[in-house]
Ligand binder design. Structure first.
Ligand SMILES: Cc1cc2nc3c(=O)[nH]c(=O)nc-3n(C[C@H](O)[C@H](O)[C@H](O)COP(=O)(O)O)c2cc1C
Length: 201
């Protein structure tokens, strides 16, 4: 089978892409609106791209009707956000916060969560999330104008919060304690419990 994205239907291309590029880590992102409302949503078009300075990228795509998601609108106005690691304990709430709700309502309330102020940015952190990274937007790169078009939000991490209980005691995070979840195609997610180690040659 071959798919030529220049002629295939966009939703089909999307389904193949998210089925192929797996598993994808999930950024659970808080932003704030100009009126101060806290927005919370998951994004699996996400990764880290360097450490000096620490750079993350995620993509709030355009909706299927071509409009911008609240996260993107907030970032265009206030270029600050917080990324939380997505973990097993929060998996159901993370999924719940992907619900499209009116922009004057908060997914934080919807999911029965609470927040704590961040140190360097206006968007707050989610209480209980074991890892949070405060970020400042460096650049937003739109990559199209139609449905599901990418908007690359390039952010610099300016503060990292890590709960002591997920540390490995050797200066790192213990994946057996952090227990991140990730996204595959369709409605599939995965746990990171099937681990193996390989030392670098
Ligand atoms: C696990 C998961 C990952 C998601 N990843 C993305 C993504 O990478 N980009 C995107 O635009 N939407 C993604 N979504 C959908 C958004 O979370 C959803 O459109 C949300 O309502 C956007 O919220 P907002 O309008 O408040 O920004 C994802 C949903 C789930 C459940």
């Amino acid at each position: 089978m071959q798919i030529d994205p220049s002629t295939a239907a966009v939703p089909a291309v999307y389904q193949y892409l998210v089925g192929i590029v797996t598993p994808r880590p999930i950024a659970w992102v808080t932003t704030v609106s100009p009126t101060g409302l806290v927005n919370l949503a998951p994004f699996s078009f996400f990764n880290a791209f360097g450490a000096n300075p620490p750079i993350v990228v995620f993509s709030p795509t355009l909706r299927r009707d071509g409009t911008k998601k609240d996260t993107l609108l907030n970032l265009e106005k206030l270029g600050e956000f917080v990324i939380h690691a997505s973990t097993t304990a929060f998996a159901e709430k993370i999924n719940l916060t992907s619900k499209e709700i009116p922009s004057d309502e908060s997914e934080v309330t919807l999911a029965g969560l609470s927040t704590v102020p961040s140190v360097k940015v206006k968007p707050p952190r989610i209480v209980g999330a074991p890892v949070a990274m405060e970020c400042v937007v460096k650049q937003i790169i739109p990559c199209g104008t139609g449905p599901i078009a990418a908007n690359l939000v390039i952010g610099e991490v300016v503060m990292i919060h890590i709960a002591d209980e997920v540390l490995d005691g050797k200066g790192g995070v213990d994946p057996r304690k952090l227990k991140t979840v990730a996204r595959l195609g369709g409605s599939f997610w995965c746990h990171t419990s099937d681990l193996f180690e390989q030392t670098r040659p």
